[in-house]
Design a protein around this ligand. Structure first.
Ligand code: AMP
Ligand code: MG
Length: 407
């Protein structure tokens, strides 16, 4: 492996940006190229594989933005105009008879000859004649043809993630199916002799496996095909065998077994396979991170503490997975919020505090231990505290909402 530098104890911690940059470069070097054409109903969460071009003008004809009356402005001389037709949405109008107006409803096509729509609230109608009570302007309350998109115009670019809004836009242009990148196949492994699945009794020293559920659910939300490989005991032969069995996936994502000083079986198995980088990141929670390949398949090893898994997956592995599908914008939105806390101890790592916005201030959970997933369940997002900084009550601090990371 050449692109990735291995950290040694003497080296300084790797800044989060640098780790992200390296992971994104690795993702770009291994793009998922296969595509499939999916009906809109199945495309949510997927990534558009080719630019989407408008196949028609949107709207395809000028139409009314209001319930009211359509007229030719020059016909209004102060005398009431006769109503010569009623035009409902979904019905074709007749050309406007000169010297008359047309009753028209929102979304109905403008009749030929009309150049103005007045909303009904500004009119007085009696015996099928209408008086206009306010000054009129050419083009008012008319949605011109092609206002939203012109035929042939690019409306979405390849690499766009398809959510409800994008799917709605595609539908408005008449697309029934979209060309999307095939699902990324991710194998999820939870390492640790202490792990037990919920539903089974706990033996001495055992804990329930939370990372598996956290990651499998999260990956599914991200549109990945998940191969849930279950729990892997701390044992080199079994680690090797398990990795070899995983087969045709795009990424192996494991948690645990990457702490310093620990018997690191995942690392050992990757080292045998020839490609391993161990990073010590300037991030808290979540200092250790592994990247490597096993028989050509990329492997990301996240730290095992659940809050560390959450932060490192959200800030590093999630962007990596999106970039492999060609998503250009992988950085979560963050915005500044006044701190509702004091953080007096400057850190050497960038801290991601589980936090919640209340009454215009961001508060942090009382226990920021990396083992406490409850901190994240209480929180709405993460406050970023940069290396060496000591924000005080009222200072602006960057906040990343979980909604930005989870979808
Ligand atoms: P490790 O990175 O394996 O040293 O694990 C660090 C801490 O995270 C230990 O307390 C582990 O018990 C815990 N841990 C590791 N994997 C999981 C998991 N899948 N679910 C819950 N806790 C875990
Ligand atoms: Mg472990």
């Amino acid at each position: 492996m050449t692109a990735v530098a291995e950290a040694s104890p003497a080296r300084p911690l790797m800044p989060v940006e640098q780790a992200l940059e390296q992971l994104l470069a690795l993702a770009e070097a291994a793009p998922i190229r296969d595509t499939e054409r999916l009906p809109l109903a199945e495309a949510e969460g997927r990534v558009l594989a080719s630019d989407l071009v408008a196949a028609l003008d949107l709207p395809s004809w000028p139409n009314s933005a209001m319930d009211g009356y359509a007229l030719r402005l020059a016909d209004w001389q102060g005398e009431p105009l006769a109503v010569s037709q009623r035009i409902f949405a979904g019905h074709a109008p007749q050309p406007l008879q000169p010297g008359t107006c047309a009753r028209i409803f929102t979304g109905a096509p403008l009749p030929e000859g009309a150049d103005c729509v007045e909303m009904q609230e500004n009119t007085a109608a009696a015996e099928d004649r209408v008086r206009f009570l306010a000054p009129l302007k050419t083009g008012q309350n008319i949605r011109p043809q092609g206002q939203e998109a012109r035929k042939g115009e690019q409306v979405m670019s390849a690499g766009t993630r398809l959510g409800p809004i994008e799917l709605g836009l595609a539908a408005s242009l008449g697309h029934e199916r979209l060309e999307v990148v095939r699902k990324v196949r991710v194998a999820v492994l939870s390492t640790g002799d202490e792990l037990v699945e919920p539903g089974l009794p706990l033996g001495p020293g055992q804990i329930y496996n939370s990372n598996r559920r956290l990651l499998v659910s999260w990956l599914q939300r991200l549109g990945c095909a998940v191969l849930d490989a279950g729990i892997l005991p701390d044992d080199l032969a079994r680690t090797r065998a398990c990795l070899a069995r995983l087969g045709d996936v795009d990424l192996i994502l494991s948690t645990g077994g990457v702490s310093v000083g620990e018997a690191d079986y995942l690392g050992a198995a990757l080292r045998e396979a020839g490609e391993l980088a161990l990073w010590k990141l300037a991030i808290k929670p979540g200092k250790p991170l592994t990247f490597g390949h096993f028989q050509g398949v990329p492997v990301i090893g996240l730290p095992g503490n659940p809050a560390s898994t959450l932060v490192t997956f959200g800030l590093l592995a999630r962007p990596y997975l999106l970039r492999r599908q060609g998503v250009a914008e992988v950085t979560p939105l963050r915005f500044d919020v006044p701190a509702g806390f004091d953080w007096p101890r400057p850190g050497t790592r960038r801290e991601y505090l589980r936090a919640r916005i209340e009454q215009g201030q961001v508060r942090i959970y009382k226990n920021q231990s990396s083992g406490v997933l409850r901190s994240a369940a209480w929180a709405d997002g993460l406050v970023e505290v940069r290396e060496g900084s000591t924000p005080k009550q009222g200072d602006s601090v960057p906040f990343i909402p979980f909604s930005e990371l989870l979808g």
